[in-house]
Design a protein around this ligand. Sequence first.
Ligand code: F6R
Length: 612
Amino acid sequence: MCGIVGYLGHRDAYPILIKGLKRLEYRGYDSAGVALINDNGDMNIYKAKGKVVDLENVCSDKNISGCVGIAHTRWATHGEPSAINAHPHYSESKNLAIIHNGIIENYAQIKKNLISKGVHFVSETDTEVLVQLIEYIQVHKKLDLLTSVQVALRQVIGAYAIALLDKRNPNQIIAARKASPLVIGIGDNEFFLGSDASPIIEYTDKVVYLDDENIAVMRLGEDLQVTNIDNVKLNPDVQTVDIDLGQIEKGGFPHFMLKEIFEQPECLRNCMRGRISKKGVVLSAITDHREQLANAKRFIIVACGTSWHAGLIGKQLLETFCRIPVEVEYASEFRYRNPVVGPDDVVIAISQSGETADTLAAIKLAKEKGAFIYGICNAIGSSIARATDTGTYIHVGPEIGVASTKAFTGQVTVLLLLSLALAKERQTISCEEYNKVVKYLLKVPEAMKEVLKVNKRVADLSRIFTYAHNFLYLGRGYSYPVALEGALKLKEISYIHAEGYPAAEMKHGPIALIDSDMPVVVIATHNEMYEKILSNIQEIKARKGKVIAIVTKDDEVISKIADEVIELPDTLECLEPLLATIPLQLLAYHVAVCKGKNVDQPRNLAKSVTVE
Ligand code: F6R
């Protein structure tokens, strides 16, 4: 979703801004633009529909000088993707330029009001309304820019992260946020701005994450100033980020998605590092909040998309090991249906980006109803990480590919660690079982490496199935959410329609779809459900469906019936999702590559869904 970059300092701003926009490309966008103030005091805005390279083409014969600038990648919400609707937007006098992430919900009312007072608009966006409002207040109330921004933001309903240039005051950028992330990088007499830290970390590791309704004023030669919208001065909390540049580059892989699939063994090690000792699983969240977590009467997991699938696995883990009832809710549904939640409940919010608007809103609602909130996030310092009472980071490093891969296995791992630690506190697990799960969990990174060896085989078989218009994915127990996740990955990046089902449900409907054109991916590992899954496979074969079976190594039965077989190392049933997911990620990846699709930035999707 939209990306923000800004620079104020002594270097040429344009290359920093363009590089920053490229680092944010993973968020998904449809147009891009840049505003620069040059040494003559002119403010130039250049915009293009399409990719950042299209913007570079537009700029190739333009004046791109200047040591201050803001730049943006837009993901259309109000008005079609076009150069006119792309950001930055001028105010009517062209003194101000703004970039904005988020949605101004009452923009129509404000626009009507401004039009009635003679203000002219050139775009269809809610963003232009905001810059015109700021200028109107500045001119008519004769206020300085900071105060005008504060007054304007008090009138605004919705979400925003904004950055504002004023050509009459070229040594300054004003930025503000509410419910949309914004990070300020502090260098040596220079400032950087980003919607996340990725455009900044190349230059400085000192950052300030703005809080909701905070406004930052960056001025050359001065310290960063932060106020809230009521002009109360605040002390910026300068933090040191620990992200290595290599983590956000492709490292020799053709796509981020493949790199991230292959990173999973290392990611899992990082996720478990320092959390498993001789004494067992130690999570600081549980040490610090034992009372609330171990005595919870119920867990409610809220999440979206892939994170919701991880939540379904979390439900089985928590119920199995801790004997606490767990509900799993789409955050988008939960937030709008007045759910029955109270102080005895613990709400677990799962989000890779930590910025998903629906999940944030679900947290807010659950908090209002008195629930204790535990977050599972990847992005450090993200809005969700800060909105929760406690939580555990998955520590899998920045995920750039839009389709989530390593975050999913990281989330499942944290849910497993949480289940084990709570089960021990609640004495609902035997010592023997606990030690066995921990022992096998520690072996998962090596087992994942083994699974990744199927990459070539999956690449070959993917070519056979590019013809398909539909795919079915089946699994039972822990493998049912894995089936859902496999189907989601395929549809997201290859645009092939795919559905995931609990295998036993097949005969209640989906079996009607099966014919010789229908590929069916079945997770048929050697566990308690094996015989039942075997029957499902026979039912599919009887109807000439094409079976791609994910089986446990040395399975001699299914390998004779299925059309294609992918083997996994043997492990405990509760750990199978961590392994079985990998061939499904690879299948989706290779089918999409064979079909020539944009794997890292699939159409219509955004990495971080910060609007409803
Ligand atoms: C799927 C995918 C999405 C996200 C969903 C939630 O590959 O990436 O379904 O899982 O938008 O995002 P987070 O986890 O950032 O809250």
